[in-house]
Design a protein around this ligand. Structure first.
Ligand code: GLP
Length: 234
């Protein structure tokens, strides 16, 4: 794992941007798995700026969301709404190149299987963009004695239920759908971005290099192509 620390979040965004651009330039059909949250936002803003100048570069880019809240309308407050606003519209990613979770369905278990088949068909993920949860989670792979390899429905911990994204939601989601830890680890390259307060313990556990499912992000030590970008917290 290559760990780089930054003083400011915009600096992390610039480094992340150079990594993503390098990947897209080498592989325009890149399959990008995208996290939501505040850590990747500067990266997405930089990509949006670039897309104004070099639209053609993003014409074949494919996007898979990392996770989604269960129980939020897909058009407001959801990860889907976030990705539409920050990536899909600015980069003009056509519907056939975007593979969202469908939470309108009655049967969430079937939806997990559908996503699993889609990941297999489209995959492997070329570049997986991740954020670090305050409890060490990746996507909604919450701390546990045993992590689930593939797409599943997760019961969210209290920390996850207090994420800033859902602060204004009238009904707070208690469950999420997420790609599993093996799906993440099967990516060719992983970019983890860490910013925000309240992550000291999770960061400490991750940087200790000890692999422990109670800190799901520590499983990234099993992968040999991970960039971990961290904003120092004052
Ligand atoms: C949420 C999201 C994750 C995200 C994580 C960190 O739980 N579901 O995908 O990576 O939080 O978010 P932030 O960067 O805002 O701290």
């Amino acid at each position: 794992m290559r760990i780089i620390e930054f003083e400011e979040i915009y600096q992390m965004g610039q480094k992340a941007f150079s990594i993503v651009m390098d990947e897209i330039e080498h592989n325009p059909q890149l399959l990008l798995c995208a996290a939501t949250g505040s850590s990747p936002l500067p990266l997405y803003r930089n990509l949006a700026e670039e897309a104004k100048k070099r639209t053609a570069l993003f014409e074949q880019l494919r996007i898979i969301p990392l996770d989604e809240w269960v129980g939020l309308p897909s058009s407001k407050g959801s990860c889907n709404a976030f990705l539409q606003k920050h990536i899909l519209r600015p980069l003009m990613v056509a519907q056939q190149r975007y593979f969202p979770f469908n939470l309108e369905t009655e049967n969430l278990e079937e939806e997990c299987l559908r996503i699993q088949a889609m990941v297999k068909e489209q995959g492997p993920i070329d570049l997986c963009i991740l954020g670090l949860g305050k409890n060490g989670h990746l996507g909604f792979n919450e701390p546990a004695n045993e992590l689930q390899p593939h797409c599943h429905i997760a019961d969210l911990t209290m920390e996850s239920q207090q994420h800033s994204m859902i602060m204004d939601a009238s009904t707070k989601p208690t469950r999420g759908i997420t790609l599993g830890i093996q799906d993440i680890l099967s990516s060719r390259r992983i970019l983890l971005m860490v910013s925000g307060s309240g992550k000291e313990e999770a960061k400490k556990q991750l940087l200790s290099t000890e692999i422990n499912p109670q800190c799901p992000a520590s499983l990234l030590w099993k992968h040999d192509n991970v960039d971990c970008l961290v904003v120092r917290q004052n």
